[in-house]
Each structure stands twice: as structure tokens, then as C-alpha cells.
Design a protein around this ligand. Structure first.
Ligand code: BTN
Length: 256
């Protein structure tokens, strides 16, 4: 269990031994008026959710599964950028101990080619603004490869596996939330422009790599270049055109 502590927003972390999903639980709380900066963490999730309806494997007591409620003053178009902002904050909190940590557009952290964390930002719209956003983060902390299902073996990793030591979950969560609050505040003031965009591009997993970009029914192979100031992925097609993707899934081509 996570020990009780106050978040950077002054709320008490809500810690549960088990939940279906921290994000689902927090969305319900948000609808009942929970304040900006409410944080829910679970030792285990019975129905952890990933992007695109996928499951997030959430075994007990080893990893961090948590969600943060934001009521930011942002235009709807800026909200998707919160995934990248969250990835940048996570990178800042972990990179000193986990060299080789990289950000994969639009919302993952990778280490030595394997996924170590996933982010799912879900918004409740209200006319031209977001009523609230729930940012859910799953970080593989003390899991060993054998803890993951066979189909994920070789594709995922954990902090402990990369760093050769176990981590105390409460202290780690506290550190991540501190960075998260700093990055979100900076983003709301100045957008991605400046230090956040620079951090992402310096630590961009896909930079220069050949990827398959999939959006809707469409798919194209191109070479990833950088992330622009609106959080779009810039890539060069085989015939030399630059494309900007605001959403989609980027898969590394094996030959890259
Ligand atoms: C992804 O990479 O597909 C995103 C995974 C997000 C998982 C986290 S774990 C905490 C929060 N609760 C959930 O049900 N999902 C997110």
C-alpha cells in the first residue's frame, strides 16, 4: 500500500489495495465535483485500461497504477498534448536513475526498446473547454519479466529490471507527482513551446527511425523526425514530403 501523503495540489492521495481501474474510479469522483489535483492510486487493478480499448496488465503490489484529475484552463485542441506533457514529467522524474529512458509519441515511455510506462489521458468536454481531464499512468516498477503474460514478454520492461534494484512505491509516486505538477503548470502558462518541447525532442524514441503510422483505416511508412510545438509528430514520407500527425499509432518498423 502507498503511505498517506499530500499531493502538490494539497489534496490527500487516495490509496486503494484494489480497484477495477483508477481512471474509471476518478472519473466518477470528478462527476461528483472532486477538485483539481485529486490523485487515486491502486495496488492492483482488476480491469486496468490502456489506449484503444486494450487492457493494462496490473499485477498486485509491484507497480504504480494511478490517475490524476485535472481541471485545466485549456482549449479543447490543447488537451491531447497533456499526454506528451505527462510523458515529459515522468521522464524528468525517472531519467536520472534510469538512463536510456525515452519518450515515444504520443504517450509512452520506453527503455532499451521496451515499454516501461503508458499514459491514458481522457477528457470530459464542456463546449469549447475541457470540464476535466483524467490522466492515468501505469509504470512498471518492481515487476520482473516473468510477471507479464507471454504475449508481452520481450516487449515490456520495468524500472527494477533496468536499474538492478527495487523501488519504494510511495516515494517514487511523490516524486512523479511533484514533476507532474510543475510540468502541467508550465504547459498551462506557455504551452509545449520551450523547455517541454526541447526535453521531448532530445529524448524522442522514434527520432530518425522508420515507422508505420496508422490512423483510422490508413497506414503509411515514413521516417519520424520530431515533435512540433502543437505536439504533432513530424515525419518524412519515402517521396520526401513532410507530414504532421496529430493522432494515431506509430509502430517501429523492424528493419529500422
Ligand atoms: C497505454 O499505454 O495503453 C496506456 C495505459 C494506461 C494505464 C493506466 S494504469 C492507471 C490508469 N488506470 C487505468 O485503467 N489505466 C491507466
Amino acid at each position: 500500500m502507498i503511505r498517506p501523503f499530500k499531493t502538490p495540489w494539497g489534496t490527500e492521495v487516495q490509496s486503494f489495495a484494489q480497484l477495477d481501474s483508477t481512471s474509471l474510479y476518478l472519473r466518477q469522483q470528478a462527476r461528483h465535483g472532486a477538485p483539481h489535483g485529486t490523485v487515486v492510486v491502486a495496488g492492483q487493478q482488476l480491469a486496468g485500461r490502456g489506449r484503444r480499448g486494450r487492457q493494462w496488465h496490473s499485477p498486485a503490489a509491484e507497480n504504480l497504477y494511478f490517475s490524476i484529475l485535472l481541471r485545466p484552463s485549456l482549449e479543447l485542441a490543447q488537451v491531447p498534448q497533456l499526454s506528451l506533457v505527462s510523458a515529459a514529467a515522468l521522464w524528468q522524474a525517472l531519467a536520472a536513475e534510469c538512463p536510456g529512458l525515452l519518450i515515444k509519441w504520443p504517450n509512452d515511455l520506453y527503455c532499451r526498446g521496451r515499454k516501461i510506462a503508458g499514459i491514458l489521458a481522457e477528457m470530459q468536454p464542456d463546449k469549447t473547454r475541457a470540464a476535466f481531464v483524467v490522466v492515468g499512468i501505469g509504470l512498471n516498477v518492481n515487476a520482473v519479466p516473468a510477471d507479464f503474460p507471454a504475449e508481452l514478454q520481450g516487449q515490456v520492461t520495468s524500472l527494477a529490471y533496468e536499474c538492478g534494484r527495487n523501488f519504494e512505491l510511495s516515494g517514487l509516486l511523490e516524486r512523479i507527482l511533484q514533476e507532474f505538477a510543475v510540468f502541467v503548470e508550465r504547459f498551462c502558462r506557455q504551452g509545449l513551446a520551450g523547455s517541454i518541447q526541447t526535453l521531448i525532442n532530445r529524448n524522442f524514441f522514434l527520432a530518425g527511425k522508420v515507422i508505420s503510422m496508422c490512423w483510422g483505416e490508413q497506414k503509411i511508412t515514413c521516417r519520424a523526425r520530431a515533435i512540433d510545438v502543437s505536439g504533432q509528430l513530424l515525419a518524412i514520407t519515402p517521396d520526401g514530403r513532410e507530414m504532421a500527425f496529430s493522432a494515431g499509432e506509430a509502430w517501429l518498423e523492424k528493419r529500422a
